[in-house]
Ligand binder design. Structure first.
Ligand code: BDR
Ligand code: CA
Length: 312
């Protein structure tokens, strides 16, 4: 039985690859819908980009919803410096022809979870946690419907990418992250510690291009664009494909390893706002609330990704 999931996202080239990986994996994943959130770029663009990505996969039938247009308590911080003006710079993609659903993304999450049996839907947040936290606040009864939240966000050893202390998704809406991490729902975290090992090196990029398909070329061109930032800034061998790790985990969890530890979110300090304070060394008696990943089999991850993109 494929696992039912909702992808909550702010595309973003790496979000886009995650969506393609899910759509290419119907045996393992049943995508109930995509909810867009403000993050890498404002909501209007992330909601449009999500639809462009579905159309790259030839899947105009996927339901895409617009969710929250700003974080719970702060003004929106965006990342055009990484993802470009549209959020999805790189290949020339046509304007989407499929329409956005009328329902608000948060209401879609609530309604969908209420209609499913307990513990059967996995939420996959790939951006700031605003939609998920808002849904949990509005309808606390949905928590028991969630099987697991598998999210990209935070860091321990790699610390921060938007401030010295914080990773982008958590930094943009730390109040939302705090609600999610205190929800009691089982959580799996893909932090920068993992995603900075998922680097699209030149041979890995060539492998996408060599698929000889449109989706393969588009993925190669997205990562071409996305990598200029990381290469310049970090001197890394290529772009980290952060968000697809979330979907890869659903398909091949054995590619990842980590620790079940306590993770708290800093919301008060100006200096470290959005920091994920993970008790990696278990030096407190705070109860573990998340499986915090630390490592991945990068070759296995890219083999899976390339094979699946090749199916589209
Ligand atoms: C995260 O921030 C975004 O820019 C990426 O899409 C990813 O979700 C990495 O910090
Ligand atoms: Ca993202």
């Amino acid at each position: 039985m494929p696992r039912k999931i909702i992808i909550d996202t702010d595309p973003g080239q790496d979000d886009a690859v995650a969506i393609l990986l899910a759509l290419a994996s119907p045996e393992e994943i049943e995508l109930l819908g995509i909810t867009a959130v403000a993050g890498n770029v404002p909501l209007e663009l992330t909601a449009k980009n999500a639809r462009k990505v579905c159309e790259v996969a030839g899947r105009a039938d996927v339901k895409v919803f617009a969710g929250c247009d700003r974080p719970l308590a702060h003004t929106l911080v965006t990342a055009e410096h990484v993802h470009g003006k549209t959020g999805l710079d790189g290949p020339d993609l046509p304007e989407p022809t499929m329409s956005l659903q009328d329902q608000h993304g948060v209401d879609f999450i609530i309604e969908t979870l209420r209609a499913e049996p307990s513990g059967t839907v996995t939420l996959c947040p790939l951006g700031p946690l605003t939609n998920i936290a808002t849904a949990l606040q509005k309808a606390p009864d949905i928590a028991e419907k969630v099987q697991e939240i598998v999210l990209m966000g935070g860091a321990y050893f790699e610390v921060g990418n938007i401030t010295p202390a914080a990773e982008f998704n958590i930094y943009v809406d730390p109040e939302a992250a705090e609600i999610v991490f205190k929800s009691g729902i089982p959580i799996v975290v893909m932090p920068l510690d993992v995603t900075h090992k998922a680097l699209v090196t030149a041979p890995r990029n060539d492998a996408f291009r060599a698929l000889g398909t449109d989706p393969g070329r588009v993925v190669a061109e997205w990562t071409d664009f996305f990598e200029r930032f990381d290469k310049e800034k970090y001197g890394s061998a290529g772009a980290p494909l952060h968000d697809p790790t979330v979907i890869a985990y659903l398909i091949r969890p054995e590619l990842f390893s980590g620790r079940h530890v306590n993770v708290e979110i800093e919301t008060q300090s100006d200096l470290t706002r959005g920091m994920t304070v993970a008790d990696w060394w278990r030096v407190t008696d705070r109860a573990p609330n998340a499986m915090f990943m630390g490592d991945l089999d990068a070759d296995g991850f890219f083999a899976l990704l390339t094979e699946r993109i090749g199916r589209l």
